[in-house]
Design a protein around this ligand. Sequence first.
Ligand SMILES: O=C(O)C(=O)C[C@]1(C(=O)O)C=C[C@@H](O)C=C1
Length: 366
Amino acid sequence: MTEPKISGDLLQFRDQIDAIDQQLLQLLNERARLAQAIGHVKAKTDAPVMRPEREAQVLDKLNASNTGPLNVGHINLLFKQIMSACRSLEREVQVAFLGPLGTYSEQAVWRFFGHCVVAEPVESIEEACRQVQAEITDFAVVPVENSTEGSVARTLDALVGSDLLICGEVLLPIHHQLLCQTGSLEGIRKICAHPQALAQCRNWLRQYAPGIEQEAVSSNAQGASMAQQDATIAAIAGEAAKDRYQLKAFQEHIQDDVNNTTRFLVLGRQATGPSGADKTSLVASVPNQPGAVYKMLEPFNAENVSLTRLESRPAKTGKWEYNFFIDLQGHQTDAAVARALDQLKRTTSFLRVLGSYPAAQRDVKA
Ligand SMILES: O=C(O)C(=O)C[C@]1(C(=O)O)C=C[C@@H](O)C=C1
């Protein structure tokens, strides 16, 4: 079938790829040995193995010098896995995430830590936090806000009530797919998904699956698990659920908002150093007095610190008091941020810096 000439070229290219793979293999093992050496140094001082700021810098440097044809997505994907493997040779990092298996939280774990981690699903955001606090696990990955649905109140409340630190964030585009056993809508009698997913796909469902019953279930992964057991059920879920429950997609990208994104937090017990493009999150409350919120925000204006988020939640004191959740650009060790935080201590009745961590959206030149 193939022309001899093409086949000759193909063989030659494959020989070259084989030779390069051998070089890569040798270099990767050299890199792994260096990581092991770093692991021994860290073990002596009980220093944390996972360093989100260093991993962000490694990716920033590579992307700054990359000439292609591999793009930023390829570089991040490949080198995250390389670091994940090297890290696991130092010590296997453990992560609890909001389950069950196949959720978007699980996808967020893989994106942040790569695949060489021990990731365990837990049943609630509170349980994920408890496991980190009780030192059962190293980190927790929990959703904090969705671009269409807003904040996840349970995560914000859990942060106030604990001394966990935010070590990182993950921005995950939410690409819903309609999944079933065969990949065809024929014979499908019911579509099962979390109420939020059904709402986020309302228009698509009206147009392409009219007349098919919809059932709200506790998670998209549960819907996927039901579809795995029953050929008449379809589910709305993401890539992780498709793989986990061995389903086929009838259609990808069925969410009405193409930019639907969920932001996840990585919570741990360790402080994260500056990476060069960081965010700091804090929660504060102010006395119930005229001008108090203005005074709380004034230092950020004075120090030219940019706020990326400001949100209030009831402080649960029963006195109509509020906690303000603030995200800002910069690390708490940056001079301007440090000065603003110092000022903030004077104007707030309660202040907790939840952590500084590498921003998921990177805008740096290495
Ligand atoms: O630089 C370190 O501290 C390492 O342990 C090495 C390494 C890597 O593979 O580059 C691995 C794990 C850390 O999270 C950061 C980076």
